[in-house]
Design a protein around this ligand. Structure first.
Ligand SMILES: [Zn+2]
Length: 853
């Protein structure tokens, strides 16, 4: 629609739905056009007294989709206000303020004269035309001398009619809780930030809102948008509307829709609009949850404990009968918080999540819900936790190495070498670079040669998809290369033609290229086997490649991934990661029994027998083992155990006698009473039936998980393992005794693995140096020390190595936090770790902005 057509449409809608829609003029542009705002709410006269959402579109002239979407959404709301109960509820309790086009002069200029126009149409003092309205707000405003620049922000903040009109409206409407500013392109959300590269308490609210909208897109088009907050050291934009709204306490998000500013309307823009209608409806339903009537946010949401298969979370809240809590969990970065991911509804202040996978990253958040009103609180900041290892497991997070990680372009032969360790990974194709592949190399030497890989995940951080300009075109594949098939990783043809061991995981479709959201592939068993072959080679080299051709008339389908390093890298936290869980080949030891005794009513005698005596009383067999023959318990983990035993005699007649082996606690076996009154600790695995004894040479009593744990504990405590063989029968057997051979033995499988962490780091200190926060600590004197892991958390003390942003991992006893702000309180934790890795207790220090360092 032209701007005039849209005005006609809006006034027509107001006339048709006077109870629902009210059009207000909020300003006049340089060229004299009205800037209008539509108020939409049930009983619209009361609109300003309800919590509200602000929608602004087309502040950039050429980004037409915002304008068009607003008009379509207004129609949708008018048509469905009495049909869709959730929409009806939103319209009853909340208000939608929509400025379909915040730059009418520029929009018309783009429509009629020059489609690529971005700014407004004011005449600058030196005769050039236009101010970038989204650089003309006050937060972070920078005055630029080049007035002809596309991002020229004007003489001073709010010098423009359009920005001062929206400022006046927002300043006088404190009921606004959520603001969306619609732009194109990139299929990405940019939530607001406070010009500090640190987590904000409402960061999770913005991420969750966008992620929930992603679930709505998925239903319509299968598409997923990126969710990207400003990340260092990329330049942050100055003077934008989003940051101004955010400074007023509003949840503020920019939506960049589509892959082109002015796309094929039928093919692409209509899809973008269709997917955004249910998404906007969802955002509208959240407005009330950020208003004064909503419950307050949960405090101190954190991890109490975790093991290999469960996580216990705790939090604080005032005790109230009308409040319950919803807990959300996902293994994915920036996932939705809705019915799909809700794992707990609880009344108390703790929740245990069970049946999880070991050594896996889980993300949790929580919100309080008022039972009476149904209003929900904002989210607590996301807590990340990695479940612990099973007894026989180790893990390694291997980061892509600097010299073997870069991209190679078909037309950039000369420069390709210089990309390594420096430039982010450009993958796909465009006119100037040709086909581009990424190579990522991982040193495998931290993994022992006899490791058996149980699972592996590959993480990569997509940082920009502006160069992927075609909707639904191409896919991005990860493959493991055969080292023998290339010699030079910086050579395009060698990499492009290198032989692949196979494509790992599923391809990423162009519709799922989500910048700002970690992407990961989980390897199948077969893929783990392929990776395992690389342990011997000492290195695994992966290639990521995208589309190799472009449709006619198109110039780019290129995706940019982070390598952590270089001018645009986000820091070491953002390097590609290979996350490997492995076990080791088992070692085996056989222990002969120390004592073998038979205990019947009549006597205690040497040798091992069990069954029923002439009177039908039980005869017990007793045997024990000296566990001190096993290797040092501090560095040994028992993985399997079985009692192997042979019977010397069998019976001709059948019976139902079955034999159990019990792990017992007895001081001595001097009398029948001692055994009768024994304290049973565990049954060992399964019983053996008499009928099996004829056809198997040996009987194996396998230790189940619980009895293996008891064995493990006895090993650590240096105790003897004491076993009783107990016969059972339902038939009242008499005179039926099995003689067991003297060569009974305990078959134990184990792996060398440290059980406990090295000592906690001491003397952790903060200093300011080179305009950065510097942390230093004393060296932990222990040969088992592999390194230190440093984490920053903006909200609470990190009590787990995953609970925050990784600042450092390595052997140095100091590190700088390059990206931390001096003005914000935060906590640091340093963990010392060994090669399992077991992590020490954290050494924690708080950074206080008011203190001198
Ligand atoms: Zn824009």
């Amino acid at each position: 629609m032209s701007y005039d057509e849209s005005l006609d449409f809006l006034y027509e809608m107001e006339k048709k739905h006077p109870e629902l829609i009210k059009i207000e003029k909020i300003g006049t542009t340089y060229e004299g056009r009205d800037i209008v705002l539509a108020k939409i709410s049930k009983n619209v006269e009361t609109a300003d007294s309800k919590p509200a959402m602000l929608f602004t579109g087309s502040i950039h002239a050429r980004e037409w989709v915002g304008h068009e979407l607003a008009l379509k959404f207004i129609s949708y709301m008018a048509d469905n206000q009495d049909i869709d109960p959730s929409l009806e509820k939103s319209l009853t309790e909340s208000t939608m303020y929509m400025v379909p086009c915040l730059n009418p002069d520029g929009y018309e200029y783009s429509r009629q004269h020059f489609s690529f126009w971005r700014k407004n149409r004011r005449k600058n003092h030196d005769g050039t035309i236009g101010v970038d309205l989204n650089r003309n707000f006050s937060i972070g405003f920078t005055k630029q001398s080049n007035t002809s620049s596309n991002v020229y922000g004007g003489e001073e903040p709010f010098s423009e009619a359009e920005t001062s009109a929206i400022k006046a409206f927002v300043d006088s409407h404190e009921n606004i809780t959520i603001a969306f500013d619609y732009h194109s392109q990139g299929n990405v959300f940019f939530p607001a930030h406070k010009f500090m590269h640190e987590a904000e308490v409402d960061g999770t609210d913005m991420n969750a809102l966008c992620a929930n909208m992603n679930d709505e897109f998925a239903k319509v088009t299968g598409r997923k948008y990126g969710i990207h907050r400003g990340k260092p050291p990329a330049g942050l934009i100055s003077g934008s509307g989003r940051e101004y709204y955010y400074s007023k306490g509003i949840i503020a998000i920019v939506a960049e829709v589509g892959t082109k500013n002015i796309p094929d309307y039928m093919k692409s823009m209509s899809g973008s609009i269709n997917e955004n209608i249910p998404a906007l409806k969802h955002a509208f339903s959240e407005v009330i949850n950020y208003s004064a009537v909503a419950p307050k946010r949960v405090d101190e949401f954190t991890i109490e404990s975790r093991d290999a298969t469960s996580v216990t979370l705790i939090w604080q809240y005032e005790v109230r009968d009308d409040i319950f809590f919803e807990v959300y969990r996902s293994t994915k970065d920036k996932d939705a918080c809705n019915e799909r991911t809700k794992v707990g509804v609880v009344g108390g202040m703790s929740f245990t999540d069970t049946d999880l996978s070991s050594s896996t990253n889980y993300h949790y958040t929580i919100r309080a819900v008022n039972k009476t009103t149904g209003y929900k609180s904002p989210f607590a900041p996301v807590v990340k936790v990695r479940t612990w290892l099973e007894d026989d497991e180790f893990f390694k997070l291997i980061f892509a190495n600097k010299s073997g990680t870069g991209y190679v372009g078909e037309f950039t032969q000369e420069q390709n070498r210089s990309h390594f360790g420096l430039n982010s990974l450009f993958v796909g194709i465009n006119k100037s670079r040709g086909i581009c592949d990424a190579v990522m190399s991982f040193d495998m030497d931290s993994i022992p040669k006899n490791a058996i890989i149980k699972s592996a995940r590959f993480y990569i951080y997509p940082m920009n998809r502006v160069g992927a300009k075609i909707e639904r075109f191409g896919e991005w594949n990860l493959s493991l290369l055969e080292q023998e098939s290339f010699t030079e990783v910086t050579d395009f043809h060698e990499v492009e033609n290198a032989k692949s061991k196979g494509v790992m995981g599923r391809a990423i479709q162009s519709s799922k290229l989500t910048q700002g959201i970690w992407n990961h592939w989980s390897f199948s068993k077969h893929e783990c086997e392929l990776l395992q072959e690389k342990i011997d080679k000492g290195e695994a080299v992966f290639r990521l490649d995208g589309p190799k051709t472009l449709p006619d008339g198109e110039d780019s389908q290129m995706m940019q991934f982070d390598i952590g390093y270089g001018q645009y890298g986000g820091g070491i936290h953002y390097r590609p990661i290979l996350d490997i869980k492995y076990t080791l080949e088992n070692e085996k030891i056989k222990l002969a029994s120390d004592t073998r005794t038979t205990i019947s009513v009549e006597k205690v005698e040497e040798g091992l027998k069990s069954g029923f005596d002439k009177e039908g009383s039980r005869v017990y067999g007793y045997l024990d083992f000296d566990l001190s023959q096993l290797p040092d318990p501090q560095t040994t983990m028992i993985t399997q155990c079985a009692l192997r035993i042979r019977n010397n005699n069998t019976f001709k007649t059948k019976s139902d006698v079955r034999y159990y082996v019990e792990l017992v606690e007895v001081d001595e076996v001097g009398t029948y009473e001692d055994i009768k009154n024994r304290e049973k600790i565990e049954y060992i695995g399964y019983e053996v039936a008499e009928s099996d004894m004829g056809n198997k040479e040996c009987q194996y009593f396998k230790f189940d998980t619980l009895s293996k744990q008891v064995l493990d504990a006895m090993h650590q405590e240096g105790k003897k393992l004491k076993l009783v063989i107990k016969p059972t029968s339902s038939l009242g057997m008499k005179n039926r005794i099995v003689e067991w051979n003297d060569d009974a033995e305990l078959v134990i499988k184990y792996i060398p693995k440290r059980r406990t962490a090295v000592a906690k780091v001491e003397n952790l200190k903060i200093a300011k140096e080179n305009k950065m926060i510097k942390l230093s600590w004393d060296k932990v004197e222990d040969e088992a020390l592999t390194g230190y892991y440093v984490v920053r958390n903006s909200f609470h003390t990190p009590n787990h190595f995953m609970d925050g942003v990784k600042i450092y991992g390595g052997k140095d006893t100091y590190t700088y936090d390059n990206f931390a702000s001096f003005d914000k309180e935060k906590y640091y934790a340093v963990f010392a770790y060994d090669d399992v890795p077991n992590f020490s207790e954290p050494a924690v220090i708080k950074y206080n902005p008011l203190e001198k360092y």
